[in-house]
Ligand binder design. Structure first.
Ligand SMILES: [Zn+2]
Length: 163
């Protein structure tokens, strides 16, 4: 995507150097339009393929319901989020989810909670917090790791103190 961006910038510069009404201006404009179309197709393709790959390898997908508009206010994040075409990705995720009968769940970040694999304490944390840190027993684990343990074995199965 960054590469495509450079190309777009170059084509924009190219176009700005041509005089309106001349043949070369028309040519440059066409080239730019074509490049934009290509980037758009690439993004769509990426969103669709990523969604399909996820759906075909999982039984259930839950995602943090991000407020894209709020995130885009952050300039650094905005670029990545727009590039990733989050909205298009979700569209395809739901589409393939329906096709293959895989439940897709949107989770409100504020109400996400996770049970501790060590002691069962229910902790509220945002999905964007990647580390599970329990205030009950002091267990520190990767969030997904903890979730997988709880899902597979239930709580009380692991202990930071080697119980
Ligand atoms: Zn705990």
């Amino acid at each position: 995507m960054r590469k495509a961006e450079k190309r777009l910038k170059r084509l924009h510069r190219h176009l700005s150097r041509k005089k309106k009404g001349f043949k070369n201006h028309k040519k440059a404009r066409k080239a730019l339009a074509k490049a934009y179309l290509k980037v758009q197709r690439q993004r769509e393709d990426f969103a669709r393929k990523t969604a399909n790959a996820l759906i075909t390898s999982h039984d259930l997908i839950a995602y943090e319901h991000l407020q894209i508009r709020n995130l885009v206010k952050n300039r650094h994040l905005a670029k990545s989020i727009s590039d990733a075409s989050w909205g298009r990705f979700l569209f395809w995720l739901n589409y393939y989810g329906q096709v293959h009968g895989i439940p897709i769940i949107a989770i409100e970040p504020a109400f996400t909670s996770q049970d501790c694999g060590g002691c069962g304490t229910r902790i509220k944390e945002s999905l964007s917090v990647r580390t599970h840190a329990c205030s009950g027993c002091g267990l520190i684990l990767d969030r997904d790791h903890n979730a997988a343990i709880v899902r597979r074995f239930g709580t009380y199965q692991i202990s930071p103190r080697g119980r």
